[in-house]
Design a protein around this ligand. Structure first.
Ligand SMILES: [Zn+2]
Length: 215
């Protein structure tokens, strides 16, 4: 450890003699005893009372958010399986959807902050948990659960079937580039999901089945 300089030579004294001071010795780094950032197994920056209080505060807030999310998910899925006989959801791959936009060092991505915000919003809803709850609650209530292919559900016009990414004018607005039908984007997508689920149901009904086979 470098020798600590005394207070007296921290600043040149006003009444210092006009003689030039000798050149300062270069600092000698001795590996003898490096200062450990850990004291009794706890990092030095985590030792203060304020840090611990702030940590506990954040932990409490996160637990509150988690509890509220869980209760909302159960309320929603319970309502779906008790009010409807047929529930259709998209077969969403949350893991693929929430991939980072960061890119690589050679080809850096664009809109990284925006994508990370969207990812947070997607994960905050907890689609995976909602689906898991629907999958076990639907049989309990005698409800049919359809899982449909999510491809282009938000780019397809539910009225004429035209598929165009440009039809999605903004986050909320959907205006078909072919027939000019306009609707809320999420409602249009939901109608498409319903259509797909009903189509799958009809195909299933048409399929011949051997007698006494479970569905
Ligand atoms: Zn259309």
């Amino acid at each position: 450890m470098a020798a600590r300089r005394g207070r007296s030579d921290a600043l040149p004294r006003r009444s210092s003699p006009a003689v030039a001071a000798p050149p300062r010795q270069p600092t000698r780094w001795s590996p003898a005893r490096p200062r450990s950032p850990y004291v009794k197994g706890v990092a030095a920056w985590e030792q203060s009372q304020g840090w611990r209080e702030a940590r506990d505060h954040v932990v409490r807030l996160q637990a509150l958010v988690a509890a509220r999310r869980a209760s909302t998910q159960h309320l929603l899925t319970k309502r779906l399986v008790t009010q409807f006989a047929h529930v259709a959801i998209e077969d969403l791959r949350v893991k693929n959807m929430t991939r980072s936009a960061k890119g690589t060092l050679d080809t850096p991505g664009r809109g990284v902050r925006a994508k990370s915000g969207l990812n947070r919003a997607v994960l905050d809803v907890g689609f995976g948990e909602i689906r898991r709850q629907l999958e076990y609650k639907a049989p309990l209530h005698g409800v049919r659960l359809s899982v449909v292919n999510p491809a282009y559900t938000s780019q397809t016009c539910h009225r004429c079937g035209h598929v165009d990414a440009k039809s999605r004018r903004s986050r909320d607005l959907f205006t078909c580039t072919s027939c000019c039908h306009s609707t809320h984007a999420d409602i249009g997508a939901a109608i498409n999901i319903k259509h797909r689920a009903l189509e799958a149901l009809e195909q299933e009904a048409d399929r011949p089945r051997l007698p006494n086979t479970p569905e």
